[in-house]
Design a protein around this ligand. Structure first.
Ligand SMILES: NCc1[nH]cc(CCC(=O)O)c1CC(=O)O
Length: 354
């Protein structure tokens, strides 16, 4: 006889070992239960489908640069270009027409924009802030996300100030606050601190509150790992040659998992509205733990190296590109994410609408 098994399990994920009473899914013995019945036709599969990817889940990261009416390809990211401000506006229009809710801006900077004191980072007229204003003007309904970190403007490529070989925390946080306010002033809707300094969310939140920007949201790069999957991005923003050393003293050790939960709790307490796990596919376990533990708006960043891997295999004919891209993005939904930053956003928005 099939029986309802009462277990000590609060969580209906098979294999989850958290303590507490809940019902386990019931499986009668074969042939009473044939799990293939529900997979037999497209209609039944659609009815049984648990997770869906929609265009509403997508945030599109783009690279912007100085100049006019130009795009330059990023060799390690086939199909991705750096765009001048006017071309970024065209991209935002395209994204909006496709139903993509948000676009995320990263500046490409040459060595001439980089100094030790990183002053360009909070210049109201730096290329990011000019892009924010231009997009807000032309496409007011698309949400604009930013990146807060000093690396595009830092002579040594680090996300914080470097003093005697050390990436210093508190002085960096003061600069990040100035950067955040300049981006809010330009019209950003979502601020994305990606620097991994301690205390930056509280400092940014408090500055926004006291300076008329109460409704500006923060999507914190909370569990950001010191990953080698960022290589192509560093090419795209011109940071590869600038970076001296590594980011291991501020980004997370890829071996750690519990630490991600401490960081999420900390950032939520400090005023983050949304939190991010980064990179994406190699860290789906972290996405799931974060969502189960906190139940807050959770995003993953499918980073440049993940994009490069999928594109390389697709370009060689080794993988069927649209199918693997959709499958990779669905994995984030299954892991509990509410959305994904992905360079595939426009391509997938088209595929989803087609
Ligand atoms: N603050 C920099 C930043 N913001 C987003 C990414 C990576 C994005 C990607 O790889 O697609 C990085 C790179 C880094 O930390 O070195």
């Amino acid at each position: 006889m099939p029986s309802l098994v009462k277990s000590q399990n609060p969580c209906n994920h098979i294999g989850c070992d958290k303590k507490g009473p809940i019902m386990k899914p019931t499986v009668a013995p074969f042939p009473t239960t044939r799990l293939r019945r529900m997979r037999a036709t497209p209609a039944l599969r659609r009815l049984a489908r648990q997770n869906v990817l929609t265009t509403n889940d997508l945030i599109w990261p783009i690279f912007v640069m100085d100049g006019e009416d130009t795009e330059t390809p990023v060799p390690s990211m086939p199909g991705v270009t750096r765009k001048t401000v006017d071309r970024a506006v065209v991209a935002a229009k395209e994204a909006h027409a496709l139903g993509i809710p948000a676009i995320c801006i990263f500046p490409y900077t040459g060595m001439e924009a980089r100094t030790e004191d990183c002053e360009m980072a909070w210049d109201p007229d730096n290329v990011s802030n000019r892009t924010i204003r231009a997009i807000k003007d032309a496409v007011p309904d698309i949400a604009i996300m930013t990146d807060i970190a000093l690396d595009p403007y830092n002579i040594n490529g680090h996300d914080g100030f470097v003093e005697n070989g050390e990436i210093v925390n508190d002085r960096t946080v003061e600069a990040l606050v100035k950067m955040a306010l300049a981006q809010a002033e330009a019209g950003a809707d979502i601020l994305g601190p990606s620097d991994m300094m301690d205390g930056r969310i509280a400092a940014i939140r408090s500055a926004l509150e006291s300076d008329k920007y109460q409704n500006v949201t923060i999507l914190s790069y909370t569990a950001k790992y010191a990953s080698s999957f960022y290589g192509p991005f560093r090419d795209a923003v011109g940071a590869s040659s600038a970076l001296t050393g590594d980011k291991n003293t501020y980004q997370m050790d890829p071996a750690n998992s519990d630490e991600a939960l401490r960081l999420v709790e900390r950032d939520l307490n400090e005023g983050a509205d949304m939190i991010m796990v980064k990179p994406g596919m190699p860290y789906l376990d972290i996405c799931r733990r974060v969502k189960d533990t906190f139940g807050v708006p959770t995003y993953a960043y499918q980073v440049s190296g993940e994009y490069a891997m999928l594109m390389a295999a697709a370009e060689n004919g080794w993988l069927d590109s649209d199918k693997v891209i959709l499958e990779s993005l669905l994995s984030f939904k299954r892991a509990g994410c509410d959305g994904i930053l992905t360079y595939f956003a426009p391509r997938i928005a088209k595929a989803l609408s087609g």
